[in-house]
Design a protein around this ligand. Structure first.
Ligand SMILES: Cc1cc2nc3c(=O)[nH]c(=O)nc-3n(C[C@H](O)[C@H](O)[C@H](O)COP(=O)(O)OP(=O)(O)OC[C@H]3O[C@@H](n4cnc5c(N)ncnc54)[C@H](O)[C@@H]3O)c2cc1C
Ligand code: FES
Length: 534
């Protein structure tokens, strides 16, 4: 089967308007759509790193799988990653020690190191040409942080058995010369879409079935429906980044954040290949303090691409800090230029979504209350290793093999980070429903220029309105079909985003990210005009 499409594919190659370097520099990975009823041993829903790794591991263990993806392979958050492959957890080991104790923090460190090694082995074994490299990573202090953070983290990484070192300077960063950092040796980086392509080919080779443009609906313990056909399965793995099989339980244990990336040319040889992270903005209003993450990727014989990310905020809440989406890119460019002054013109910019779990650890295992439905979610900024671990752990659970990490990642665990954090985030979720009584951000549909969207109040209704490039107006309800919060317009990715649990919709109302599973209801403008002027 030919897995790359050379035909132009429209907007849903990725989950937003802006294309990442990874998807822009490779052909879309496309399979046939499901067009008949099928029966399979294990159904995997989702074609990102979590779904594909799970398929790969299960096939290696001798099981039969079918994977369905509603877009194309990598068209979710995996195609928008920055692909640092690291055990330097963005929620810090000293926090893990506090929540789970030293032994479990050590298990977490082992698991991420094992995930890095798994990727290195798979690249070698499957001969995947994906620019994989072993690189060091450097965690340095942000301007708002103190050395105590690094000291605590250094001690905790040592307790966890990692071979970290404390350095007096941050390698290659002129502006951070006087600052201490922690070096994490033997980390990794790759071109994510090339890696996914390699995994997909290996899956086909081992007899796995993959269908794209195939959306799983009505997921149950018997299987699912897709494209009007039945998929019967003994086990169902929901690897959709945010679960789409559960209405409430998991969505009170994690929060969706939007994070931004810029990529600019930089002359080759100026910087070594490495990963850099700052320790996060301690003055931020968000519980998951935004941090910056930087790496290089080969571009051509003269240039590398400097890829820098950060400036996160809770989904649909960019304006809460009076920093709209576009300004986040400007801030990111300024921050990066200051530390990497040799960077040249901007080549790419994109944003994506990460799920921040309440207690820092991903959720991998049986969906609470289900015997044969499994989930991989709560990726945090470490979704490449978490997604890889998802494949390893679920394969062991399904095949009945002992695995030391099952308990620490169990979605049914009851650990709660701190009551303060929990209440703050829960309170933030509830506050989003206040938008029901506030005005929309656009007074009148006439205000919208082609390519613009916004929320209009019409009587008691809230309308998600979008004017397309041909000046046609599209109107849907602005009420999220998940649990009824009011959507916000994301001008950068041209989507309507839900500030409560992170569901997202195209300008015309098609669902892109769960937990919502249905599209927005279309509103007839003529009818609306007769009752309320919009
Ligand atoms: C900007 C950014 C930078 C990041 N940087 C890093 C990094 O440097 N290192 C790191 O470790 N992590 C990073 N992450 C996190 C990491 O990239 C993600 O956590 C990870 O890629 C998620 O993979 P996934 O397979 O779980 O989800 P996804 O890639 O989102 O895959 C889920 C798939 O499920 C599909 N789907 C959804 N519903 C259905 C349905 N009903 N039927 C069929 N298919 C469905 C979607 O279309 C999607 O393709 C970053 C994330 C972002 C956004
Ligand atoms: S995602 Fe839960 S209300 Fe919108």
């Amino acid at each position: 089967m030919n897995i790359s499409s050379s035909k132009p594919i429209d907007s849903n190659v990725t989950s937003g308007e802006n294309k990442s370097f990874w998807t822009a520099s490779t052909l879309p990975i496309v399979f046939e759509k499901l067009n008949q009823n099928i029966e399979t041993d294990i159904l995997i829903v989702g074609g990102g790193i979590s779904g594909l790794t799970t398929a790969y591991c299960l096939l290696k263990a001798g099981r039969k799988i079918t994977l369905v993806e509603d877009g194309y392979i990598g068209s979710g958050e995996t195609g928008r990653t920055t692909a640092h492959i690291t055990c330097a957890l963005d929620d810090r080991y000293f926090e893990l020690e506090k929540i789970f104790g030293k032994e479990k923090a050590m298990l977490a460190a082992n698991s991420h190191m094992a995930a890095i090694q798994f990727i290195a082995n798979t690249v070698k074994h499957e001969n995947i040409d994906c620019d994989f490299k072993r690189v060091p990573g450097y965690l340095f202090l942000s301007g708002s942080d103190t050395k105590e953070t690094l000291e605590k983290e250094y001690a905790a990484t040592k307790n966890a058995g990692l071979l970290t070192e404390m350095l007096e300077q941050v390698p290659a960063l002129e502006s951070e010369k006087e600052k201490w950092c922690i070096k994490f040796p033997d980390q990794g980086q790759f071109h994510i879409m090339k890696y996914l392509r390699g995994l997909a080919l290996a899956i086909l080779d081992m007899g796995g079935n993959i269908y794209t443009e195939t959306k799983a609906e009505e997921i149950s313990k018997e299987g699912a429906k897709a494209n009007g056909f039945k998929i019967k399965a003994k086990h169902i793995v929901v690897a959709t980044n945010t679960p789409v099989n559960d209405w409430v339980a998991m969505h009170t244990k994690q929060w969706a954040y939007r994070t931004y990336v810029i990529a600019a040319k930089i002359p080759k040889g100026i910087l070594p290949y490495a990963l850099w992270w700052d320790s996060g903005n301690k003055n931020s209003k968000w519980i998951a303090a935004p941090y910056h993450y930087v790496r290089l990727h080969e571009l051509d014989k003269d240039f590398d691409l400097l890829i820098s990310g950060g400036e996160d905020h809770k989904v649909g809440q960019a304006d809460d800090e009076n920093i709209p989406e576009e300004e986040r890119y400007t801030k990111l460019i300024d921050w990066t230029k200051k530390r990497f002054p040799a960077m040249e013109n901007l080549e790419y910019k994109w944003s994506g979504q990460v799920m921040e779990p309440i207690d820092s650890m991903a959720f991998i295992g049986k969906n609470p209350g289900d015997e044969n439905i499994y989930i991989i979610t709560g990726d945090s900024g470490n979704g490449i290793t978490h997604g890889t671990l998802g494949g390893i752990i679920l394969t062991d659970i399904i095949t009945g093999k002992e695995n030391p990490w099952v308990d620490i990642y169990s979605p049914s665990r009851t650990t709660i980070k701190t009551a303060g954090d929990y209440l703050h985030e829960a309170g933030n979720m509830v506050a989003q429903y206040a938008d029901w009584v506030t005005k929309g951000d656009v007074k009148d549909a006439d205000e919208l220029k082609p390519g613009q969207g916004g929320i209009i109040s019409s009587g008691l209704k809230k309308i998600a309105a979008y004017r397309d490039e041909h000046n046609n107006l599209h109107t849907c309800t602005a009420v999220c079909p998940h649990l009824g919060a009011i959507l916000q317009w994301n001008a950068e990715e041209k989507s309507f985003d839900c500030p409560a649990h992170g569901s997202r919709f195209t300008p015309k109302g098609q669902v892109i990210n769960g937990p919502a599973i249905t599209d927005l209801k279309i509103i007839d403008v003529k009818e609306e005009l007769e009752t309320n002027k919009i």
